[in-house]
Design a protein around this ligand. Structure first.
Ligand SMILES: NC(=O)c1ccc[n+]([C@@H]2O[C@H](COP(=O)([O-])OP(=O)(O)OC[C@H]3O[C@@H](n4cnc5c(N)ncnc54)[C@H](O)[C@@H]3O)[C@@H](O)[C@H]2O)c1
Length: 441
């Protein structure tokens, strides 16, 4: 099928769409295109996920405005269904790939899911189809990994028999649909024509710019965005450590630094988690690992951010001295506020460290079934409460009740969401990450 025919099919929404990988990214994308009138099939290797989706239920929990309703609507209308069977993709005109792209222990991309998805797709790929990788990848991956697999497995030639692009996602849990609709996108195409076709496609769901680029630019932009964030958070975390050592309050310092024109400081905190920020900087750094580029800032930032749960543990050790017979309450296990996403959660790391001491641990998280429940009940007889995730429920926690049930009235706030005065007035001893000031403004 020539590109012009595909363009027409996209414009009149008669193109059949497929989405590979129905996770945090792929599922909302599939549902949005289905809502816009496309016939969409989603494929995932997890049968239970597929079954849940086909019964109209979103497998993504946490506060995700509009998503559950949208999934239920597009499944019920018949515009979207899920499957584990790749043969259903044999008549797809457009295929979006949204599988996970982690890094291994040596920080090298671990492309098992991506390679497997592309191979399975290649066995059924229709001539003339457009394949778009939405997953975040190491710069160079489209040219050096994806393109060779498709060409070798199908015998087809890119830009003649099929078209290939990458359009990285900018979503984050809690804002999946919002970001998909409102945030601009970079459409990386193998040719200008492919990029233009992708712009037509994404403009259907995106209410912002869809900028055209080549593969490598789109890959670098995405990994650079998340690396920028990681480096900025690392700066804030390093400032927290400096302020603690100097008897200052990083939160007040931050407030005043930001009054200086052009100066910004992100929030320090108990750690950086999620699927993306802990690995996207490594994807970027990996792209030049065999070249003579001295990449220094990216690993340093990663090291600072990775060390923050250990730092929280050290703050706990300083206060408790020993963990004999101690019971510690962890408030929040997801990596992000009001989300159920536990991937690379800083709490997981902290729990490991506390477990090694032999102390008892009680975990509360309102968005994770096995840890949900009444927080006051969970706090009974605890010697410390460590706030690791800024879930909104914790901002309004009943401090008086909490004090009544805890063995020792001690709170370690790793996210600075509790009002210091209220906590102290309720009779607690409070340690805030980044703050060893005596509390004067
Ligand atoms: N989560 C985010 O906020 C976010 C934001 C921007 C970009 N991204 C990027 O998007 C990509 C996907 O992330 P995610 O958070 O949606 O991951 P996820 O783990 O939630 O979803 C991936 C899905 O792909 C499925 N899968 C794996 N191998 C498969 C295969 N061979 N065939 C079919 N399905 C397969 C998995 O079962 C899973 O359901 C990653 O590259 C990530 O870096 C994620």
């Amino acid at each position: 099928m020539p590109l012009s025919d595909l363009r027409e099919k996209i414009e009149n929404q008669s193109a059949k769409l497929a989405v590979i990988g129905l996770g945090y990214v792929g599922l909302p994308v599939a549902a949005l295109f289905a809502k816009k009138g496309f016939q969409v099939v989603g494929v995932d290797i997890k049968q239970d996920r597929v079954d849940l989706i086909n019964s109209g239920i979103s497998p993504i929990e946490g506060k995700e405005p509009g998503l559950a309703e949208l999934i239920s609507e597009v499944v019920e209308s018949g515009a979207f269904h899920a499957t584990t069977d790749y043969t259903e993709l044999s008549d797809a005109d457009v295929v979006l790939i949204d599988v996970e792209t982690p890094v291994n222990a040596d920080h090298i991309p671990e492309y098992q899911a991506l390679r497997s998805a592309v191979k399975s797709l290649s066995s059924v790929l229709k001539k003339g189809a457009l394949v778009v990788v939405e997953s975040t990848v190491m710069p160079g991956t489209i040219r050096d990994v994806i393109l060779p697999i498709i060409e070798e497995e199908t015998g087809m030639v890119c830009n003649k028999d099929f078209y290939l692009g990458n359009c990285p996602e900018r979503v984050m849990p809690g804002k999946l649909l919002h970001n998909l609709r409102k945030m601009s996108r970079v459409a990386g195409g193998g040719t200008q024509e492919t990029a233009a076709l992708m712009r037509n496609l994404y403009s259907i769901i995106v209410e912002a710019d869809v900028d055209m680029a080549d593969w490598i630019t789109a890959e670098i932009v995405k990994t650079a965005e998340n690396t920028y964030r990681d480096v900025q958070i690392a700066f804030a975390n390093e400032m927290a450590l400096i302020c603690e050592a100097l008897g200052a309050d990083v939160w007040r310092v931050r407030e005043l630094v930001r009054k200086s024109p052009g100066r910004e400081m992100l929030l320090p905190g108990a750690g950086v988690g999620g699927h993306c920020i802990p690995k996207d900087p490594w994807l970027l750094a990996s792209s030049v690992r065999e070249m003579n580029v001295p990449v220094r800032l990216i690993p340093a930032a990663r090291e600072i951010n990775t060390s923050m749960p250990k730092h929280v543990f050290n703050l706990l050790v300083n206060r408790l001295k020993d963990f004999d017979e101690k019971k510690i309450l962890i408030l929040g296990y997801a990596y992000l506020n009001d989300s159920d996403d536990t991937r690379n959660s800083p709490s997981e790391e902290l729990v490991k460290l506390i477990k090694n001491t032999g102390a008892k641990i009680v975990i509360h998280d309102p968005f994770i079934k096995k840890y949900s429940g009444n927080v006051i009940e969970k706090a009974k007889n605890c010697d410390a409460a460590v706030l690791m995730t800024a879930h909104s429920e914790y901002e309004t926690i009943d401090l008086k009740q909490l004090k009544r049930v805890m063995q020792m009235p001690f709170i370690l706030d790793g996210r600075n969401i509790l009002d210091r005065k209220l906590v102290i007035d309720a009779g607690f001893e409070l340690v805030r990450l980044g703050d060893t000031s005596r509390g004067e403004e």
